[in-house]
Design a protein around this ligand. Sequence first.
Ligand code: MRU
Length: 363
Amino acid sequence: MLSADDGSKTTDTMIQTLEWTDAGVRFIDQTKLPTEERYVICKNCEQVADAIRNMVVRGAPAIGVAAAMGIALGVKNSKAESVGELKQEIDRCCELVRKTRPTAVNLFWGIRRMQDKFESLRVRPLAKIKQALIEEAQRMHAEDIAANQAMGRLGATLMPASGGVLTHCNAGALATCGYGTALGVIRAAVEEGKKIHVYADETRPFLQGSRLTAWELMKDGIPTTVISDNMAGAMMRAGKIGAVVVGADRIAANGDVANKIGTYTVAVLAKEHGIPFYVAAPFSTVDLATAEGSKIPIEQRNAKEVTHIAGKQMVPDGVQIENPAFDVTPAKYVTAIVTERGIARAPYEDSLLKLGEGIAVGG
Ligand code: MRU
């Protein structure tokens, strides 16, 4: 089980979603927000896998780095006496974290990066390999924050000078190692002096919008209104929304975007109302090996997330329930995809491929 961190209480400092500490990997427990700010420490890769599965940590970039840190914990704890034994331990940790959540490609990216790093180090002494792998996981944490800040600067140019911006789910500091993707774009726009008012969809069933997005934007003093998901269309029709910006869990090579369930509805509504629909994601979310959105595996979660709210049953016993955690927004609804490497626009087959090859594309 995870152990609660005694020294953890509300703090006014920057949100630390996850961090490597001497005691283990420390996570803010997102299942407790917004009413309790509590932290847990995971001491081994089993505990990290549980934290990902149970959504103590969630959001595509955050779970990618969490996976890497879980593997790094396995390395740190390993009693291996040979490189072969260490590889067995790494393989076991990779398998554990791989099975936690299927949709966010960042998870598999994080695992792959640790495996590749290990392969590049095989001939080195055991202690050096272990140290380098632990450092690699920490490097991924720092790189994620830098990527978010870079995409924030690029994406801010797309935001209106003033007015409402709608977001869905939580693609903020809490979904990343800091600053956020979609909320990073909003933060950067606000830092540049744009007068943005955020409309946060509550995001049923897990309420990432009302619990998490509203919490972190309030902490930053960014004006925020929470709406229930079924109000988005009415807000658009009333002229309150100038742009939509969301994150992503996986972006296929053709620009189809898997993101939190309900994103597709928002994108269709945005198109109907002539409102730009932007996606902000690090390039580690782009999966060039998946040709189109229909090939993206969609996680099915426990029916209880739908049947209950805050532990209270909301449906009659025995009724059938569906709970896909994500949907796919076809590329035709996406105005632009903001990454740290540049802003991609349709045709995404070309622009995403170019960004993958390090070739600049137009903004
Ligand atoms: O189920 P979750 O909370 O992990 O889903 C998160 C999302 O869908 C986010 O919008 C996405 O991961 C982008 S996070 C920067």
